[in-house]
Every structure is written in structure tokens, then in C-alpha cells.
Design a protein around this ligand. Structure first.
Ligand code: SAM
Length: 223
């Protein structure tokens, strides 16, 4: 019976791929990839020869029917994104839902996802948390911020480096200057950094030292 396997890939440090992920990537009939060049580089590093087909955010809706046909014609197909777990702020959800609707088995390997190391190392409670992904850039952003301001559980956001200071400014505006945050930057990479403090302190730091790289913001829940 056909099966779709979601395979998480490293978010920086290539050592973070699991032994099982390596075996599965070698064994499946084909791989759907968010960006075939990124995936081919990883496969080259792992010394795996595979057939890699594009399945990216721009074509996710259009590509669904064709993807389902390819999965049906195969025994097992892997889906990978550029980094981390497919479906988590990355393409995957529509294909997963369609597979389940079509009676195709879906499995997800455990593995890298930026939100988990950021959450756990933030020092905020991680027994209960809310993952908000990327906030909308314009329409709906303020509404989300107002909702997050009232949230009592720890909140995890993905943010781009050029919007970090703006976002921290909005946390000050909607949640108060004293709300504690942790910015996790470049996780698992050479320049990994955690900056913990009040929203105002962390904002001032990044105003002086504009950030580069990939960023997760963790916000302490409302007391
Ligand atoms: N699927 C990925 C996952 O499982 O985490 C997320 C993909 S999303 C398109 C990319 C965002 O994830 C980045 O903008 C950043 O917010 C976060 N991210 C990915 N890698 C990261 C890293 N090494 N350090 C910090 N944040 C990271």
C-alpha cells in the first residue's frame, strides 16, 4: 500500500539528521522536495542517489492531484522541506490532508524543528505552549498580537531578521516593556545565540546590533 513519509531535515547542523531519516531517504521510491537544489545538496552530502521531484509552496495547490498519482504509483514517497519538519511553516499540510482523504497512509519521523530547541532553552514553561508560526505581515497582525498578549501559555513565533526589532517593539506596545522574551537565533549553527530579557532590553540590543540569520521569538505567557 502507498505511503507518504514526512522526513525532517537539519535546521543548520547537518549532524542533526537521524539515522532513520537517512535510511528512509535512501529506501523510498522518490522524494518530494520544497527546493530540489537544497535537497540534492543534502543527498549528495549523505551519499544518497534518489529521484527528487519539486513540491513547493507556490505549486502546492496545483501539484496535489499529480502528487497523489505519483504516490499511488509508488510504494513509499518521502516529503522533505528545505529545513526542519515539513508542514511546520513549510509546504506539506495540503498533501497530508489529501493523502488521508484518499486513504493513503501518512507517517512523520521525529526530527529537527526550530520551535522546540528555542522553546526548551528559553527557560519559560514548556509543559504547555502555543506555536503561532509567522505573524501576518500586515492585515491581521495587530489582532494576533492582541490575542497573544492575553495568552497565559508560552508563545513561540517565527520571525525574519529584518522584522525582529519591529516585532519586539510591538511586543512592548501590546504586552508591556517588562514582558519577558527569548530570541533564539541561528539555532544549531556556528553563531547560535540566545538573548533573554525583557522585551524592551532585547529590543534595545537588536536596535544597536541589527540581527542576521534565522530567528525564533519565545514570549513568556501572561502572568
Ligand atoms: N519547517 C521548519 C521547522 O520545522 O522549524 C520551519 C521553516 S520556516 C520557512 C523558516 C523559519 O523557521 C525561519 O524564518 C525561522 O523563524 C525558523 N528557523 C529555521 N531554522 C532556524 C534556525 N536554525 N534558527 C532559528 N530559527 C530557525
Amino acid at each position: 500500500m502507498a505511503k507518504l513519509i514526512l522526513v525532517p531535515t537539519p535546521i543548520g547542523n547537518l549532524e542533526d539528521i537521524t539515522l532513520r531519516a537517512i535510511r528512509i531517504l535512501g529506501e523510498v521510491d522518490l522524494i518530494f522536495a520544497e527546493d530540489t537544489r537544497t535537497t540534492n545538496r543534502l543527498l549528495k552530502h549523505l551519499d544518497i542517489q534518489q529521484s527528487v521531484h519539486a513540491f513547493h509552496a507556490h505549486n502546492e495547490h496545483r501539484a496535489l492531484a499529480g502528487a497523489i498519482d505519483k504516490i499511488r504509483a509508488s510504494s513509499t514517497v518521502a516529503l522533505v522541506s528545505d529545513a526542519g519538519t515539513p508542514g511546520v511553516s513549510d509546504p506539506g499540510f495540503l498533501l497530508i490532508r489529501e493523502c488521508l482523504k484518499e486513504g493513503i497512509e501518512v507517517e512523520c519521523l521525529p526530527g529537527p524543528a526550530a520551535l522546540i530547541p528555542a522553546l526548551v532553552a528559553s527557560g519559560f514553561p514548556c509543559d504547555k505552549f502555543v506555536f503561532e508560526g509567522f505573524l501576518p505581515h500586515k492585515k491581521g497582525r495587530q489582532t494576533r498580537l492582541k490575542i497573544i498578549a492575553e495568552e497565559e501559555r508560552t508563545v513561540v513565533l517565527y520571525e525574519s531578521p529584518h522584522r525582529l526589532v519591529k516585532c519586539l517593539g510591538q511586543i512592548v506596545e501590546f504586552m508591556g516593556a517588562e514582558r519577558k522574551v527569548c530570541v533564539a537565533r541561528e539555532l544549531t549553527k556556528i553563531h547560535e545565540e540566545f538573548r533573554r530579557g525583557t522585551a524592551e532590553e532585547v529590543k534595545s540590543h537588536y536596535e544597536e546590533k541589527p540581527p542576521k540569520g534565522e530567528i525564533v521569538i519565545v514570549i513568556e505567557g501572561k502572568k
